[in-house]
Structures are given as structure tokens and as C-alpha cells.
Design a protein. Structure first.
Length: 508
């Protein structure tokens, strides 16, 4: 079957050419403009000698040029590889060589590391620049890839890709070895944005806060693709800074907030006096477990519902979701349309419903990746038996709602008892003096592992001690669960989406 994901842009531009696709720094851009620019970019890629199926790497922050390059590469029948702008040269070079990327499009503010990587990989570097200064030696301007003519107006002659061709390569975090490139197809990404958008009622008049990194599957699939698929607008914010986010929410009349729990927590702490945020109607949370305390405070602050979902890079973003009229606190909802989930034991045997039946979450459906690029053994292991093995631990209740207990790698086994960090973190978040919390395990000669809480004090609670935290936890949970050690930090280490990096805490 012939299908190209860029159809979502082309069709929306044909239906509503003058509608706003994005607002950036107060400037609005129409759908027909991005459709035309991406068509010229597609023509430019082909004129530069690239062929359908080759990989185009994008190492850009949240900028309008990301959308032009993203949809343009798709229109040309090529594969998009989004990369974190903060990667260092050896990391960039690994991704470029592992994917056999043909070129890299970067941002002039981060050019030094990108230039080193491109030289090592032997590929050209094109830079997006807002400066009038000359580009560094060896780099070419992004504009050089914008052809004088589109492939074929309007919107470019979208290349007839197969629906199961790889459209996007999303590299996993690599916390257990080198990152692996999850191959996501045109059909998988189309189905995921179509079904997900329908579930929370995406509308053409929506303006979605676009602060989640575009290079991450959450920002790419659940923000860009959903908005474009349903003809909405994006309020593009290059990086998360609470004050700038609040300004964008008000200035651009946002109706949808998409973020990870740490973002929602920071937004909920902002002063809203005098701000007109009346268009806000829904928030979507994903990327990590949403603490109940954060959920309740955010909803009380803004008077809107927070819908939590669950997914991975390997599932094109969303696998399960809470519906506006069918949700449960602390749950990641029910599987989305066309997707099946189950809880299985270590022998891949399905477990019954119930909080005592904790096992690995396994997924199958239209959203599951083809596999990991060039890694057949890893692909076979992850997809054995026709199910994606997520490595996440959870359970299903009698009504079909799924609950994520923890990552299997984050489980702490203390004296033979399974201790789930998220359960303890929920308790810690409810303490009035704790702003952030993460629970990890550390090796222990006697018990195998010991429970450690890493916390950030709230302002005004400088005298909160480790003994205070331990005593509080002792009152709230069984003896084998409460932390015996408490570490205080000014802030917790976070990844590009705001997800807490427990591997850094463990290594530290």
C-alpha cells in the first residue's frame, strides 16, 4: 500500500491553506507556506543527490525550520533521524554512522560538536542560522537545500512511499548499552497521531503548547503530528523555562498543554494572577509516571483535566491513554484503538487482573516498531512471540485500566522483597517540604539492595533533615519499603524532556 506520512500536512494545507500552523516569537505561519517550503526542501534534497530511503539527520531545537525539514524529507521519501542538539561529537558521530545518515541539519549555536561529528562521519553539515555572521568553515546554509522550485505544486509531489517503509528513526536512551534506532513506519506514525488525537478530542481551533522537544517521540508524534493531522496550531517554545511557557500560553491563546510531570509541576507553581488563560481546556501528560500530588495541584490551579498516557519510542509514542470521560488517577488508561496490552510473568504467561499480579507490560498493534535498525538479535528479543517487551512493570485492574509500577531496571529488591520506587515517590511528593523526589537502590552486602531517597527541598524548608524524611516515610509504609538513606540535592538531573535520570543518580 502506498502512503506517505507527509500527507497529513498536504491534506490540511489543501483544506485550510490560510490556517495558522505555528506561532514562533509572535510570528504566525500558514499551513500553505509550510507545505510549499517543505516541498521546495524535498526538491532540494533530491537536487543535492540524495535518494529515497536515505537518512536525513535533524539536530535542531524547537524551531519552525524543523517542520520544514521534517515534512520535506518525508515528502522526498527519505528517513528522518531527529537528534538532541546537546549531544557531543562522539555521540552525534555514533548516531550518524549507525544510521548511515547522508547529511546533518544543525543549528549554528551548537555547530562545533556537529561539525566534528560530520567530519568524522564524512557527511555534509547544513546550519540553520538567525545571525548575519558568516557560517563556520565547512558548513553550508540551510537555505541551500531550499530549491527554487517545488517537486510539483502544490505542496510538492509526495514520493509514493510504502506504508511500511521507515519514516522516522528514534534512538532509544541507551541506558543499557549503546542507543538503538527504533524504525517507525509511515503507517504506524499516521495511525498513532490519528487515534491519539481523536481520543482527547483534537480540534482545528486548538493551539498546542509545543515545548516538548521535537526530537523526542512525544514531541514529534503526539504534538507535531497530532496538531497537523487535525489542522490545529502550535505555539513553539524552543526550551522549557516556566516564565516563557506562561507567556506563550497567554500570548498564543493555547488550549492544549502537552508535557512530562516535571513540566506540569513547574507550571503549576507559577503565578497566574492577571493572566488570561481561559482557552486552556486539557493537558496531556506522558514520558514518566504522573504523581497524584502533581495531578491534583495542576488541575486545581488551572481548572482543566490532565489526561495521562503511556508509550515508548518503540510504540510511535502512545500505547494507552485516559479518555476525558473515562479516566482513573495514577493509571495510564486503557489501550488505544487497535492496540493490545497485557501483563505477563517472566515466562511470558499472561497474568490476571489485580494489584497483586505485577508483571511486564507487553504490547502489540499498529503502533509497534518494525525493529531496531541493523540489530536483528535485539529486535528479535524485544519482539519475541509477537509482543513488544517493554521492560516496564505494572498491572491491570478489573476495569481494564493499566498501572505502571516501575521500570524493571528501577525495581529495588531489598532482602527478597520487591520495592517499587514509584510507590515511595508518591508518598514523598505528598510531603509539604519536598519539591521533587526520586527513589533508587544501592548495593548492600546484607540485604542485596537498600532503598535511597533523593529529594529537593521546597523553599522555606531548609531545616528538613534526613531523619525527618525517614520518620515521615516510616509512618506511611511497611518497614521493608521506607528509605534508610536520604540525599538532598538542589535539583534532580533531568533528560531533554524533563524526565528524571535515575541512572545518573545511581552512578553518582
Amino acid at each position: 500500500m502506498s502512503f506517505n506520512l507527509a500527507t497529513i500536512l498536504n491534506e490540511t494545507a489543501l483544506a485550510t491553506p490560510d490556517a495558522t500552523i505555528h506561532t514562533f516569537m509572535g510570528m504566525t505561519t500558514r499551513y500553505q507556506d509550510v507545505d510549499e517550503q517543505s516541498g521546495r526542501f524535498a526538491a532540494g534534497l533530491i537536487e543535492s543527490g540524495l535518494r529515497p530511503g536515505q537518512v536525513v539527520a535533524l539536530q535542531l531545537p524547537n524551531l519552525p525550520q524543523f517542520l520544514v525539514a521534517y515534512f520535506g524529507a518525508l515528502k522526498a521519501g527519505m528517513v528522518v533521524l531527529p537528534l538532541n542538539p546537546l549531544l557531543k561529537a562522539p555521540e552525534i558521530e555514533y548516531h550518524l554512522t549507525d544510521s548511515s545518515a547522508a547529511l546533518l541539519i544543525g543549528f549554528d549555536s551548537f555547530h562545533a560538536e556537529a561539525a566534528k561529528a560530520c567530519e568524522l562521519a564524512g557527511i555534509p553539515l547544513y546550519l540553520v542560522s538567525f545571525s548575519q555572521d558568516a557560517l563556520p568553515d565547512g558548513a553550508r546554509p540551510f537555505a541551500d537545500l531550499i530549491s527554487a522550485a517545488e517537486l510539483d505544486a502544490p505542496g510538492g509531489d509526495i514520493r509514493a512511499s510504502n506504508a511500511d517503509d521507515t519514516a522516522v528513526l528514534i534512538y532509544t536512551s541507551g541506558t543499557t548499552g549503546k542507543p538503538k534506532g527504533a524504525e517507525l513506519t509511515h503507517f504506524e506514525l499516521y495511525m498513532n497521531c490519528s487515534v491519539s488525537g481523536q481520543l482527547f478530542g483534537a480540534r482545528p481551533d486548538d493551539v498546542t503548547l509545543a515545548v516538548l522537544p521535537f526530537f523526542h517521540v512525544f514531541g514529534l508524534s503526539s504534538v507535531i503530528n497530532v496538531s497537523v493531522r487535525y489542522g490545529g496550531g502550535l505555539s513553539i517554545v524552543p526550551r522549557f523555562e516556566p516564565g516563557a511557557v506562561m507567556d506563550a500560553l497567554e500570548r498564543d491563546r493555547c488550549s492544549v498543554i502537552a508535557g512530562v510531570p516535571t513540566m506540569l509541576q513547574a507550571i503549576a507553581q507559577q503565578d497566574t494572577d492577571g493572566r488570561d488563560l481561559s482557552r486552556l481546556r486539557v493537558a496531556v501528560s506522558g514520558g514518566a509516571s504522573l504523581p497524584e500530588d502533581v495531578l491534583s495541584k495542576f488541575e486545581a490551579k488551572f481548572g482543566i483535566r490532565v489526561l495521562e498516557g503511556y508509550g515508548l519510542s518503540e510504540t510511535a509514542s502512545t500505547a494507552s491513554f485516559n479518555r476525558p470521560d473515562d479516566r482513573r488517577a495514577l493509571s495510564v488508561g486503557k489501550p488505544i484503538w487497535g492496540v493490545q496490552m497485557r501483563v505477563a510473568d517472566d515466562q511470558d504467561r499472561p497474568l490476571p487482573a489485580g494489584q497483586d499480579s505485577v508483571g511486564e507490560i507487553q504490547i502489540r498493534g499498529h503502533n509497534v516498531m518494525k525493529g531496531y535498525l541493523g540489530k536483528p538479535e535485539a529486535s528479535e528479543s524485544a519482539l519475541r512471540g509477537g509482543w513488544l517487551h517493554t521492560g516496564d512493570l505494572g498491572y491491570r485492574d478489573a476495569d481494564g485500566f493499566y498501572f505502571i509500577v516501575d521500570r524493571a531496571k528501577d525495581l529495588v529488591i531489598r532482602g527478597g522483597y520487591n520495592v517499587y520506587p514509584r510507590e515511595i515517590e508518591e508518598v514523598l511528593f505528598a510531603h509539604p517540604g519536598i519539591a521533587e523526589a526520586a527513589v533508587i537502590g544501592k548495593p548492600d552486602d546484607r540485604l542485596g539492595e537498600e532503598v535511597v531517597a533523593v529529594v529537593v527541598r521546597r523553599p522555606g524548608f531548609d531545616d528538613l533533615s534526613a531523619a525527618d524524611v525517614i520518620a515521615y516515610c516510616k509512618e506511611m509504609m511497611a518497614a521493608y519499603k521506607y528509605p534508610r538513606e536520604v540525599r538532598f540535592l538542589p535539583e534532580l538531573p533531568k533528560g531533554p524532556t524533563g524526565k528524571i535520570l535515575k541512572n545518573v543518580l545511581r552512578d553518582g
